[in-house]
Ligand binder design. Structure first.
Ligand SMILES: Nc1ncnc2c1ncn2[C@@H]1O[C@H](COP(=O)(O)OP(=O)(O)O)[C@@H](O)[C@H]1O
Ligand SMILES: N[C@@H](CCC(=O)OP(=O)(O)O)C(=O)O
Length: 388
């Protein structure tokens, strides 16, 4: 088997926001529990990226492996196998996982546990997104994992590769970074196929590429290469490229900090991203009613692609709830576009004409400074001009 070191590195495009997924195999110690040997250089990579003005959200596995060690440490006996036992292990293990990242990070860490329901339900999805955005703004390291406690088998996000791709889409990351225990995608499962060769770039995950992937090479890993390829497909569907690399190699991790990938790069085109989002926003039906805005806000939305702030709102028609798709009109009633509203109609009525900084004073709480965030807004004249 030839190794990925035989190929020239891939120069990754400059990115501003990334999701870094750290797999179980990198965190599980041989005799059980956690080993921070590989997590150390990865935490240093995150810090280095932040120092350069970038943002990184971590998706970390390892809870089940860590939970097993807690059980042993305290000489506890599992009451049985099955799902509940695994969930209990994960619940116990989240503590040492967080503790490890806290120890390795110069910044405060925050735990974000997500479940299937949080992704499927729009309101919960928006809440999760708002929290992650806030944590990024606070410069806090968000450590995401699946909320195994409430995830039953048929409603599981499944593996953290998939979760990482969803989080990348949630925070609109520029790149998904998957740190694994293998240095590239190979033409076949390297454990079985001695002639397998590494691939540096994949322009699209085709059925032929999918057929190259086998399952996990270890007992702690969940999905193997197959789930990584599926994650790359999910991410590419949102226009997010994926980098797969060997998180056991400190040199590879350090090189990544300088934009050099010694792994596999899965391309995603900008058109894919625009198309997916434009399509999604455009086809979500708007609720009855809407928001009328003044000339300054119209200019900001259509010419500067800005978010809708409370100050530019002159009138609220009808009823809608937080998270609903709401039509936006000019003051004289021309339809300008539509977007996902961060506040319900009653709240927007209170906020109309107010400065963003006064939201908390007016409502007693805040869901953010934007009434409609620019990422959630589709402006029709841009669409028609094909520029969105
Ligand atoms: N075509 C392939 N190329 C590379 N690795 C493969 C391939 N098919 C299967 N694998 C296996 O996938 C493993 C990585 O996945 P996994 O064990 O789930 O790790 P993680 O904990 O990082 O998610 C590799 O160690 C390798 O044994
Ligand atoms: N929530 C589980 C995730 C396990 C998992 O998916 O692991 P991985 O092999 O990294 O995809 C844990 O923390 O143990």
């Amino acid at each position: 088997m030839s190794s990925a070191a035989s190929l020239p590195p891939f120069r990754i495009p400059v990115w501003r926001r990334a999701v870094l997924k750290v797999g179980s195999n990198l965190l599980a110690a041989e005799g059980g529990g956690l080993d921070d040997r590989h997590a150390g250089p990865l935490a240093a990579f995150v810090q280095h990226s932040v120092d350069q003005g970038r943002e990184v959200v971590l998706v970390s596995s390892g809870a089940v492996a860590a939970g097993r060690a807690v059980l042993r440490q305290h000489a506890l006996k599992a009451t049985g196998g099955g799902l509940a036992a695994r969930q209990a292990l994960a619940a116990m293990g989240q503590v040492p996982v967080l503790e490890m990242w806290r120890r390795l990070s110069a910044r405060p860490v925050a735990q974000v546990l997500l479940s299937h329901d949080d992704i499927r339900h729009r309101r919960r999805y928006l809440n999760a997104r708002a929290t992650l955005r806030e944590l990024l703004a606070l410069d806090v390291l968000a450590v995401v994992n699946e909320n195994d406690t409430v995830a039953v088998d048929e409603l599981k996000l499944g593996d953290n590769d998939n979760l990482a791709a969803i989080v990348a889409s949630l925070i609109e990351a520029d790149v998904l970074l998957i740190a694994s225990d293998i240095d590239a995608l190979y033409t076949g499962d390297p454990r079985i196929d001695a002639a397998a060769t590494p691939i540096r770039q994949v322009s699209q995950v085709t059925p032929e590429i999918m057929a190259m992937a086998g399952g996990s090479g270890s007992v702690v890993g969940t999905g193997g290469m197959r789930t990584k390829l599926k994650a790359a497909v999910t991410a590419a569907g949102r226009g997010i490229p994926t980098a797969l690399f060997d998180g056991r190699s400190a040199a590879t991790v350090a090189a990544l900090g300088h934009g050099e990938l010694h792994g596999t790069w899965f391309h995603a085109t900008a058109e894919q991203r625009l198309h997916a989002r434009k399509h999604w926003l455009r086809h979500l039906p708007a609720v009855a009613g809407g928001i009328r805005i003044d000339e300054g806000a119209r200019h900001a939305l259509s010419d500067r692609r800005a978010s809708l702030l409370p100050g530019g709102i002159v009138q609220v028609d009808g009823e809608f709830r937080r998270g609903d798709m709401v039509a936006v009109y000019t003051a004289d009633g021309l339809l300008l576009g539509q977007g996902l509203c961060q506040y319900g109609a009653a709240e927007v009525r209170c906020l109309a004409g107010q400065h963003s900084r006064d939201i908390e004073r007016v409502l007693g709480y805040s869901h953010g400074t934007e009434v409609i965030h620019r990422d959630d807004l589709v402006v029709l004249d841009r669409l028609l001009a094909g520029a969105w």
